[in-house]
Write a protein of this length. Structure first.
Length: 483
């Protein structure tokens, strides 16, 4: 899909609304379907985030009074920007919606061209919900862990069905609507459609959630790196802190080895066939039941350990994860949130139902199968019509979800930077695993795009608390050599 970088911003009106906010009018293109341009006006603009990617504003559309987030990114002609093309393809309840996009010139340098993505505004994140419970010295109720992870797996199953890998799954990129408890995956700035045989950069994904094959320098990885990241998020919600809080790229592997043990030569070959040197001491895997709290359900641990597998191809698929017995409570018609019913969880589109049809009877509970069958038929017809016109996927949605409150209603409704690429980690005491006195020495790592480079580093764990966050360049790498 080609989209020309035409600056479509009109002269800013000098008029103001009733609250004396400046009203900005632009010619924007709709986020979905045919490239239809129309004038939109927005007001109440304020900066809610910035970083190496650009600036994020919160604003209000004048014609609908709807709050939106506007992500403004400088268009660098030297590097690829896939975010717009990917966002225009996606239509799913658990993925943040692109409403419009437009191009604008720079305020100081008029030759600069900026892409502006107008996205639905969601006020909360899984990161802040988890931090709220951590500050209260509590753990997120298990029902909410199930609800959040199930919706994340649905989002991943959907994007992976197109071959699209998000490459930056982390709690900060999981938005939560506090009124509906719907989770939405956001920030596709690192996302890419992976094609077998085409190289990719290995320095991608925020450190705590980075798959081991990336640390080993793999350049021909798969969407299973997102599965690993989701396993890290899952474990973090159960533990109340990151499971692998590495202080550097190399230390990240040390943290993983403390839990999973030293990978075998075959496992390393599966992660990166080009990795040749291997000099790690043999560390035994830490029993999974000792990694988590005593009352952690065995089924939850079973899901986590099948997500956090050294061998990418043997990790659970997102749809297999949705079908796991751990999520049966969500399929129980009697299950409710403290403030009302669950959000829609079984409104699968035809795109989703086609991923692995053998799972459909397991995914859709009996009390929903007749409804889903009707929706599926409608989705098939819509999909066929859509293919004949714009080749865009169609998602059947339910608009009848009753309002609920995320986190049991105990979360304050704060402003969220919906597309920030930076990470802020909470300083939390180390777990039993991270507080061990294990020494892992003379490690040789390959991190040079699959061309092994020896680095003799003496690596040791610490019993001290994990320090706050990772520097921005290490935590949120910017892809520039991926041509």
């Amino acid at each position: 899909m080609s989209t020309t970088n035409t600056v479509t911003r009109k002269a800013v009106d000098n008029r103001t609304d009733n609250n004396n906010f400046k009203v900005v009018t632009v010619v924007a293109t709709r986020g979905r379907g045919a490239e239809i341009s129309e004038e939109i006006s927005y007001t109440d603009t304020k900066v809610i985030g910035n970083g190496s990617f650009g600036v994020v504003y919160q604003a209000k559309l004048v014609h609908s009074n709807e709050h939106v987030a506007i992500k403004k990114v400088l268009q660098d002609k030297r590097f690829k920007n896939r975010e717009l093309q990917i966002m225009r393809r996606l239509d799913h309840q658990n993925i943040v919606q692109l409403k419009y996009f437009f191009f604008s010139s720079g305020d100081k340098l008029k030759e600069e061209v900026y892409l502006n993505l107008v996205l639905e505004y969601i006020p909360e994140t899984v990161y802040r919900v988890a931090r709220h419970y951590t500050k209260q010295k509590q753990i997120i109720p298990l029902l909410y862990v199930k609800l959040y992870m199930y919706q994340l797996f649905r989002a991943l199953a959907y994007i992976h069905s197109f071959g699209i890998c998000h490459r930056d799954i982390k709690p900060q990129n999981l938005l939560l609507d506090p009124e509906t408890s719907i989770l939405k995956l956001c920030d596709f700035g690192s996302a890419k459609q992976l094609i077998k045989g085409e190289p990719n950069v290995s320095y991608i994904c925020s450190r705590y959630y980075r798959a081991p094959e990336l640390i080993f320098g793999a350049i021909d990885y798969t969407c299973y790196i997102d599965v690993w990241s989701s396993g890290c998020v899952f474990a973090e919600l159960l533990l109340g802190q990151p499971i692998f809080p590495g202080e550097s790229g190399v230390d990240q592997l040390v943290e993983i080895i403390k839990v999973l043990g030293t990978p075998s030569r075959e496992q390393i070959r599966q992660m990166n066939p080009n990795y040749q040197e291997f000099r790690f001491p043999q560390i035994k895997a830490h029993p999974w039941h000792k990694v988590f709290r005593n009352r952690t359900p065995p089924m939850a641990i079973d899901v986590v350990c099948r997500l956090l597998d050294y061998t990418p191809a043997t990790r659970l698929t997102p749809l297999d994860a949705c079908a796991h017995s751990f999520f049966d409570e969500l399929r129980d018609p009697e299950t409710r949130l403290p403030n009302g019913p669950l959000p829609p969880l079984f409104n699968f589109s035809q795109q989703e139902l086609n991923i692995n049809p053998s799972l459909n009877n397991r995914l859709i509970p009996a009390h929903m199968q007749s409804l889903t069958s009707t929706v599926s038929q409608a989705g098939t017809a819509a999909s066929n019509n859509d293919k004949s016109s714009s080749q865009q996927p169609t998602t059947a949605r339910s608009n009848n979800s009753p309002p609920t409150v995320a986190g049991g209603g105990g979360i304050s409704n704060q402003t969220q930077v919906v597309t920030s690429s930076s990470t802020a980690a909470v300083s939390i005491p180390s777990s039993n695993v991270h507080g061990s006195s294990t020494n892992i020495a003379s490690a040789t790592l390959a991190t040079n795009g699959g061309n092994p480079t020896s680095t003799n580093a003496i690596l040791s764990s610490s019993t001290t608390d994990q320090t706050e966050a990772m520097n921005s360049s290490e935590d949120a790498p910017v892809e520039k050599e991926d041509h």
